[in-house]
Each structure stands twice: as C-alpha cells, then as structure tokens.
Design a binder for this molecule. Structure first.
Ligand SMILES: C[S@@+](CC[C@H](N)C(=O)[O-])C[C@H]1O[C@@H](n2cnc3c(N)ncnc32)[C@H](O)[C@@H]1O
Length: 286
C-alpha cells in the first residue's frame, strides 16, 4: 500500500471476482448452529419468498461465518427493527438507502419483502456493489460511493437511511457524511446509525468480535486504560499492513449528543442495539 488509505479502501482490488454464490436461505436452515436464535422471528413466509442467492462468507465481510441462514435472518430482523422504529416515529417509508450496504444483508429484504419501497444501497467497495447488482432483485439500485462525502442522489429524496457498522469505520469526514445524509433525507426522514462508544468499549469482553483486535492493538496501553477508558471525544484505532487498512472509531456518548444534534434531532439512543454496538436514531427537522 502506498500509504493512501482512501485509494486503498475505495478502489480495494481491481481484481475481478468469479462471485460464486450460495443457494437461497431456506436451504441453510438445518445446518445453522444458531438457528434457535431466530425462533421468535416470524420468517417462514419471508424465507419462502426469497429465492435469491446468498453471498459467500468472504463476500459479506465475514458475517456469521459458515452460518448462512443466520446471516440472512439477521438482515430480516434488522429490517423489522428499522420499520418498527419508523412506525414509532410516524415516518412513512417510501424510499430507503442503506449506506455501506456490503452485499445487501438488509436491502435484499426490502427488495423481496417490501418491493413498494424504492430501495438504494451504496458502498465504497466496488465488489460489493457488483455483487448486489448481479444477484439481488432488479428493483434495488446499488451504487459505489467515494470516500469523499458525496452521494449521487437529489436533495430530499429518502424517508429512511441506515448505516450499520459504517460510522464505526469512518475516521475522516464524519460530519460531512452526516451533512450528506441530511441532504438526501426528506424533512422528517430518519437516519439509523450504529456506533461504537465509550460505553461499548467498557462493556466489551472476550466474547465480543472486536475484543482481540482492541487488546492486541500496538498502541493499546498508550491509548486506553486497563479498564478500556480513553481520553477525549473520540478514539481511533488504526490497523495498517502493507496490504490492508482498516480502523475502528469509538465516540464518547456526550460528544455524539453535543455534536450530532447540530445536524439532526436525536430521537433515540439505545445502548447495545444490536448487541455489540450502540444505536443512534436521528431525524431531519420537519
Ligand atoms: C462492517 S461492514 C457492514 C456491512 C453492512 N452495513 C451490514 O451491516 O451487513 C462495513 C461496510 O461499510 C463499508 N464502508 C466503509 N467505509 C465506507 C464509506 N466511507 N462509505 C461507504 N461504505 C463504507 C465497507 O466497505 C463495508 O461494506
């Protein structure tokens, strides 16, 4: 890597992929070691309707390892949570963008289960964009975005934006991205953004996916106290090798309340929702 992280993550790999896919979700239920987790999710009709292939583990950021049904069900469950929140806050969902959609964990469910919603996805990773546009329902529009905050969508287009595990990696242009999401939302539209905070960092134990990466970070003892406290508003842990770049960003909750409320009304803040991150629900003023 030539040290230019933006190039590295936006152009990540010029290689072409053969994109072998996995069969539709229903076929993976029996073999899934976490299938019981989804007993309360009313998934029967949804899984029968979704005949589209699933991405291989390597094509979906490693989510759920070899538990392919769980990968699919987690997207259905998150979709239900999003729609429940929209209903709770009286927002009618006509149009939706999943920012940092990867290979479509959420948008596939909007495309299959809620075809009346105009659904968009975007990602900085070109291969994810190609995967979605090759294998997901053609009503979904998926595009690549640049690392510089700009989305090729008109002002006031969307009723709902989600960003799951994306602001957890955005260490540059955070406030510009907030402004850009605000621009494309309609007045009254909501943004559902998951974040790492000082509280998630303190709650973390060895069962958490990020635990080892944090504990083994070369600057751990310089940046964090033994009980995982940090100084200042934001902690960025960078992981750089010759062939890859990634980072994890942790915000102090008071920082989010103080600064993100400059751009949006904060409707809700949920600790550990989903399990390993905190959730902030924002609304563009009506
Ligand atoms: C941990 S994955 C989460 C994927 C997806 N949101 C989900 O929940 O299944 C993070 C995703 O965000 C994307 N990403 C990271 N920085 C981004 C940026 N600045 N703009 C758009 N996507 C970004 C990555 O390429 C990756 O697909």
């Amino acid at each position: 890597m030539d040290g230019n992280w933006e190039n590295f993550i936006s152009l990540n790999s010029h290689e072409e992929s053969t994109f072998e896919t996995l069969p539709a979700a229903a076929t993976h239920y029996e073999a899934d070691q976490w299938k019981r987790t989804w007993e309360k999710l009313d998934f029967q009709d949804a899984v029968e309707r979704d005949v589209f292939p699933l991405p291989r583990t390597a094509d979906r950021e490693g989510y759920y390892g070899e538990n392919h049904f769980s990968y699919w069900a987690s997207g259905l469950s998150d979709t239900k949570d999003l729609l429940d929140a929209a209903q709770l806050h009286d927002v009618e969902i006509e149009s939706y963008l999943d920012f940092g959609c990867a290979s479509g964990r959420l948008i596939r469910h909007f495309g299959v289960q809620h075809p009346d919603v105009q659904t968009y996805g975007c990602d900085i990773n070109r291969l994810h964009v190609e995967w979605c546009n090759r294998f997901l329902p053609s009503s979904i529009k998926v595009f690549q975005n640049h690392s510089i905050p700009t989305l090729p969508l008109p002002d006031n287009t969307l009723s709902l934006v989600s960003a799951y595990s994306v602001f957890t990696h955005i260490e540059a242009f955070e406030t510009s991205w907030l402004m850009e999401l605000r621009r494309v939302l309609k007045p009254g539209g909501i943004a559902w953004i998951t974040v790492h905070t000082d509280a998630t960092l303190k709650a973390m134990d060895e069962k958490w996916p990020l635990y080892r990466a944090v504990q083994r970070h070369p600057k751990r003892s310089e940046l964090l106290s033994p009980s995982n406290e940090f100084v200042g508003d934001r902690l960025v842990l960078r992981y750089k090798t010759d062939t890859s770049y990634s980072s994890n960003v942790f915000y102090r909750k008071e920082y989010l309340e103080r600064n993100w409320s400059r751009f949006f009304d904060i409707l809700d803040f949920r600790h550990r929702f989903p399990r390993f991150q905190d959730l902030i629900i924002l609304q563009k003023s009506k």
